[in-house]
Design a binder for this molecule. Structure first.
Ligand SMILES: [Zn+2]
Length: 292
């Protein structure tokens, strides 16, 4: 019987080999734990990415890699965003410095490539200025190796018919559809309680969220990702399969050095952005330039 498994984690080696032979495409769901008001579970972004990757794998084929549940936040433009939307309370977030995430991502691409994948779909449920940096890394890796790499967010997949937001009508609706037990709008009253964290970045459109709107968003994203993977499948079939040399650390470090020639968008405030006040807990991350 043909296996319906989609998760790398669940597969025996022979199942993995069969599945990869059918379609050498891997999915990397990316998410983060971060607040979406008092009313939603912290993993909202992650659930969106996991669902869409699994749906595409079931529909078209390919293997879903273990979820990357840490992500870039708090640095660059996000420092100001957090100052305005969360304030000085702790946001219960799984964030890492952007540059560390970027380099990790580059090494994740290496792992996929060396394992034999020739198409990579990296789908993030968490957006922000860093998205441009991840796309640049994906493009650079693709050019250097000939591997197909797509990096994007569910917001892009949903398209202009469904305006993106953070913890508003868009995001809360999607979670109402995917995991209804993880949204409770009545919990908004907790905002008033001392030490609760307050608004925790909830959007003013949150009360407009419905499960049926969420279903429309998710179905639009599902159709878009399936189309994207089918196109990648076509490209892979029309290309000729070459034996590719394995990528060692040195090869990746050389790519990293080249990537550092341009500044990262996600590590600095946006042009003209108002400065984070010096007393804020987010101030140290406003200019997060490292050299790893
Ligand atoms: Zn979100």
């Amino acid at each position: 019987m043909r296996s319906t498994k989609t998760n790398w984690l669940d597969m025996f080696p022979y199942e993995f080999q069969e599945k990869q032979k059918e379609l050498p495409i891997v999915y990397q769901p990316l998410g983060i734990c971060e607040p979406h008001g008092q009313v939603a579970a912290l993993g909202l972004d992650t659930f969106k990415a996991e669902h869409l990757c699994r749906t595409a794998a079931l529909e078209v084929g390919g293997i879903v890699a273990p979820t990357q549940g840490f992500h870039a936040h708090e640095a660059g433009a996000s420092a100001r965003w957090l100052y305005e939307n969360v304030g000085e309370t702790d946001p219960l977030m799984t964030s890492l410095p952007p540059e560390l995430m970027y380099k990790t991502f580059l090494y994740q691409l290496r792992a996929f490539y060396n394992t034999g994948f020739r198409g990579i779909i990296a789908l993030s449920g968490h957006g922000g200025a860093h998205t441009q940096d991840f796309k640049r890394i994906a493009g650079h890796f693709a050019e250097a190796t000939g591997c197909r790499v797509w990096y994007g967010t569910d917001f892009e997949l949903a398209g202009p018919a469904f305006p993106a937001d953070h913890a508003g009508k868009y995001e809360l609706s999607t979670l109402m559809h995917l995991r209804p037990e993880l949204v409770d709008l009545q919990l908004q009253s907790l905002e008033q309680q001392p030490a609760s964290g307050g608004r925790l970045a909830i959007h003013s459109s949150a009360h407009e969220a419905t499960a049926s709107y969420g279903r429309a968003i998710v179905e639009s994203c599902e159709a878009a990702i399936v189309k994207l993977v089918r196109e990648m499948e076509q490209e892979l079939q029309s290309g000729h399969a070459e034996e590719c040399p394995r990528l060692d650390y040195q090869a990746i470090e050389a790519m990293w050095t080249q990537l550092l020639q341009q500044p990262w968008v996600g590590c600095s405030p946006r042009v003209g952005q108002v400065e984070v006040p010096s007393h804020s807990r987010w101030k140290p991350y406003e200019r997060a330039i490292h050299s790893l």
